[in-house]
Design a protein around this ligand. Structure first.
Ligand SMILES: CC(C)c1onc(-c2c(Cl)cccc2Cl)c1COc1ccc(-c2ccc3[nH]c(C(=O)O)cc3c2)cc1
Length: 232
């Protein structure tokens, strides 16, 4: 059937993509990634700084998702806490899959590999990065997929499930149309995108284990990360 995007759906995509592009990691933070010396402690500190920065970026992006701020305030918090790790996986995956200038991608990968993280977490993580890379998403798809992840209604402590489901449904309808228009030769593309969200959920589980193993080695997180991940 002829798929076309309505005017208001176009406006929705534009506002989400603008928000997605407006909030990037500041240059001085990413520059440190290239300059600081390599040690597990230094790498962990840098990644902690990046993650803390990313949470702030995530909050700003989420506030620009049409309808999010009209949700119950406690549900807004529950959605942010429940989706933070998945949204950051998507964001860092998109960064790692870009062929960044001056070996930035390799540097980030190296620091992740040598940050005191357990091997058992590495494999699923880098498999996920590879599967995102293979999708070669355009920025509209990246931004909408991140919004869909944040608006997942079955997160812990969400009270008004239906309100969140309605918002997510709106995003999914637009995302499906975009996929059909963007990848006419691959009718399964949208389904493959949603498959990534299932893979993301499994990474949540690994990440929770990783946090406890880091805490056991008495690694410090920032107050913002402690709050969003309920640690310390
Ligand atoms: C607290 C630290 C050690 C941590 O715990 N889990 C993760 C952790 C890990 Cl490894 C993997 C996945 C998720 C988490 Cl949440 C992390 C590190 O998290 C991140 C590290 C880097 C980035 C990152 C790096 C470069 C970037 N450039 C841009 C850009 O927009 O230009 C965004 C961006 C984000 C995001 C999260």
């Amino acid at each position: 059937e002829k798929v076309e995007i309505t005017k208001e759906q176009q406006a929705l995509v534009k506002s989400i993509v603008d928000a997605y592009n407006r909030h990037q990691i500041p240059q001085d933070v990413t520059k440190k990634l290239l300059q600081e010396q390599y040690s597990a402690e230094e790498n962990f500190l840098l990644l902690t700084e990046m993650a803390t920065n990313q949470v702030q970026v995530l909050v700003e992006f989420t506030k620009n998702i049409p309808g999010f701020l009209s949700l119950d305030r406690e549900d807004q918090i529950a959605l942010l806490k429940g989706s933070a790790v998945e949204a950051m996986f998507l964001r860092s995956a998109q960064v790692l899959s870009k062929r960044m200038p001056n070996g930035y991608t390799e540097v980030l990968k190296e620091r992740v590999r040598n940050s005191g993280m357990s091997e058992e977490f590495m494999t699923p993580m880098f498999n996920f990065y590879k599967s995102i890379d293979e999708l070669q998403m355009v920025q509209e798809e990246q931004a909408l997929l991140t919004a869909v992840t944040i608006l997942t209604p079955d997160r812990p402590y969400v009270k008004d499930y239906q309100a969140v489901e309605r918002l997510q449904e709106t995003m999914l309808i637009v995302l499906r149309k975009l996929c059909v228009l963007q990848h006419p030769q691959d009718p399964q593309y949208f389904a493959r995108l949603l498959g990534r969200l299932t893979e993301l959920r499994t990474l949540n589980h690994y990440h929770a284990e990783m946090l406890t193993s880091w805490r056991m080695n008495d690694q410090k997180f920032t107050p913002l990360l402690c709050e969003i991940w309920d640690v310390q």
